[in-house]
Design a protein around this ligand. Sequence first.
Ligand code: UTP
Length: 303
Amino acid sequence: MIQSHPRISKAVIPAAGLGTRFLPATKATPKEMLPVVDKPAIQYVVEEAVAAGLDDVLMVTGRNKRPLEDHFDRNYELESALEKKGDADRLAKVQESSDLATMHYVRQGDPKGLGHAVLCAAPHVGDEPFAVLLGDDLIDPRDPLLKRMIEVQEQHGGSVVALMEVAPEQIHLYGSAAVETTEDSDVVRVSGLVEKPDPADAPSNYAIIGRYVLDPAVFGILRQTEPGRGGEIQLTDALQQLAADEKVGGPVHGVVFKGRRYDTGDRGDYLRAIVRLACEREDLGPDFRAWLRRYVTEEMQER
Ligand code: UTP
């Protein structure tokens, strides 16, 4: 069923969390600014939004997050120094992030949870469907997910979440979805959602990951949503209400993602992301791979 609705053009990136898993690095620096090879994690996320056709980006920030705004702004001093040196390559790299998208910022004030961060976007988003990309979730650019989610939203209306199958012992780290199959093998209908369930109570091993395409009806629900798990206003709780009553904001579908994804807010995953992306880089990869091979062989011999 094709429905008529405005084209999705706005992306919201909540980046106001405290990043406690990365202390002390994140004491004075936002975790989204930690470099993944030579680009801050957040730049990959903005690039992903732009690649999916969303060039209006609202970042939800908070205290200590000024570097995020500076990164997507011009830096005339640095640009003129590089120009004087005739360093065109580095100049292009500096200008790349400020030319990417139309950036907007809103401050969350108190980090009262992801649901509350999304609600801060309501005045900017208005009454149109919009995308949400979590600032510390990195989807490998070769495995496009958001584009597919937008297609599914355009086909079915309502909201779309991204799901990834995880091991049963991992599901308590995520929101878990109760699902029904559809005629598309990568799309499921979501009938219920639970935030960070005990494995015994998890409706499935489908975990919600950090990409969403949401109907604006979610704002009305978030305004009424009481703090849930961890005393935070949970986006999953609002999505559960959307899934339970499709008259409010249409159905909720899930796109099952099988590609590469890294949670750069988690130290182990952050390291894996850097190693993997560095290995695959044309400029750094050949030397780095050769070193890594030697290092792993030596490590194996020593253990
Ligand atoms: P996380 O659960 O990763 O929390 O938030 P966190 O505070 O950022 O990091 P840790 O767990 O303390 O290390 C998921 C996403 O929601 C955003 C975060 O910035 C992150 O992108 N978020 C979370 C907000 O924007 N505001 C909040 O109040 C909470």
